[in-house]
Design a protein around this ligand. Structure first.
Ligand code: NAD
Length: 381
């Protein structure tokens, strides 16, 4: 099959779904690779690098979409891109099908197969294809870098000839994939790091990374935050109040807050209120990784960096992985390559879209003229 990657067309998107290295691996599976000229440039991969890796570089999107049987890209397709699909083609990209139903139906009507990278089931066998985790890991790391860039002091404490410098105090709210990456980055830079999550089972992971888990003064045990599959459920009003009271107590003392708290299929819970921002010291920084879904901080402005009246900087960017386009492209393209390995079991350049396979079935949202989302639960762990 011919696997092709177009240039991303969303403004400001720097990632690319195929790298020279991933293309080499795809060729080992018996596939041919195509790339649109300039598609990798913003991620640091030049057309010459692709050519050297045996990839055919084609001019413009028309040649790419017409020439490829499988199109691998990062962002969900636009309507125009969906209209380029037909029954002979497979699209692999992020899709967020629950928020893009019309687009999904349109792709199914075209007869194309669509595999949503964001729907890869979170089972052990599929970890190597889990693009949500790869991107969350990068976002968590980058959030700390962004905080450091905006913060006027060191993360680590120092005793210097010119004076003693206290370490920064960082609070990470939400200890999923992004939160744990932020915690690891923050502790490795030497900050005193605290973390909170409604799922108490993550306390051990938080502590193993050198951070302190924030426990609540809550009468019931802090055990009501988890739902099946390791995701959070909405907190009870009492739990939420206890959580906010704890944050209010911490706010004047914390220099950097990184919020990552999300609940599947809902707006992000509001956890860092206006009065908490007002209680923070001037020069403190909040990086709100939940900005895309409404933000965990009341004052976050999506895609903006703002400074409040009391001098607190709030960063609400939603493109952290794209800001580290080379790293993100390397990981995303590897996730795609692993998926294509499973789709090419005989390594003969032929795609076997096996709907009996848990991972392929779970991620497929359109196939054989049908919308196949939502999928049944996976049979394996
Ligand atoms: P997510 O992005 O959905 O949420 C981020 C974090 O926010 C979660 O840890 C959640 O508990 C927390 N949160 C929600 N409400 C909160 C609140 N009010 N206060 C504080 N924290 C709050 O999560 P994620 O990073 O996608 O990870 C979710 C789960 O999936 C984890 O258990 C993770 O280990 C698991 N996971 C499994 C696999 C796998 O098995 N392949 C891969 C990735 C993640």
């Amino acid at each position: 099959m011919k696997i092709g990657t177009p240039k991303e067309i969303l403004d400001g998107e720097n990632r690319v779904a195929m790298t020279p290295d991933s293309a080499k691996m795809l060729q080992k599976l018996g596939h041919e690779c195509l790339i649109e000229a300039g598609a990798g440039e913003r991620a640091g991969f030049l057309d010459a690098d692709y050519r050297e890796a045996g990839v055919t570089v084609v001019d413009g999107p028309d040649a790419l979409w017409q020439g490829a049987d499988v199109i691998a890209k990062v962002r969900p397709p636009t309507e125009g891109e969906v209209d380029r699909l037909d029954s002979g083609k497979t699209l692999i990209s992020m899709f967020y099908p629950a928020s893009n139903e019309d687009l999904m139906k349109r792709a199914a009507d075209k007869g194309a197969s669509v595999i949503a990278m964001d729907m890869v089931p979170r089972i052990s066998r599929a970890q190597k294809m889990d693009a949500l985790s790869s991107m969350a890991n990068i976002a968590g790391y980058r959030a700390v870098m962004e905080a450091g860039n905006n913060f006027g002091r060191f993360f680590t404490g120092q005793v210097t000839a010119a004076g003693k410098v206290p370490p920064a105090k960082v609070l990470v709210v939400g200890a999923g994939v992004a939160g744990l990456a932020a915690i690891g980055t923050s502790t490795s830079l030497g900050a005193i790091t605290y973390a909170f999550d409604v799922r108490p089972e993550v306390a051990e992971q938080v502590e193993s990374m050198g951070a302190e888990f924030v426990y609540l003064d809550f009468e019931e045990e802090q055990t009501d935050g988890s739902e099946s599959g390791g995701y959070a459920k909405p907190s009870s009003p009492e739990f939420r109040e206890a959580q906010l009271a704890k944050f209010r107590e911490l706010a004047p003392d914390i220099d950097i807050v990184i919020t990552t708290a999300l609940i599947p299929n809902r707006e992000a819970p509001e956890l860092w209120t206006e009065d908490m921002v007002k209680a923070m010291k001037p020069g403190s920084v909040i990086v709100d990784l939940a900005a895309e879904r409404g933000g965990n901080c009341k004052l976050t402005v999506k895609d903006e960096r703002i400074v409040t009246e009391n001098g607190v900087i709030i960063v609400g960017y939603t493109d952290f992985p794209s800001r580290m386009a080379k790293q993100s492209s390397l990981l995303f393209s590897t996730n795609v390559r692993h998926l294509l390995t499973d789709l090419t079991p005989e390594k003969d350049g032929k795609i076997n879209h096996n709907m009996e396979d848990d991972v392929i079935r779970g991620a497929t949202i359109a196939h054989a003229k049908e919308v196949t989302f939502p999928p049944p639960p996976p049979k394996t762990k």
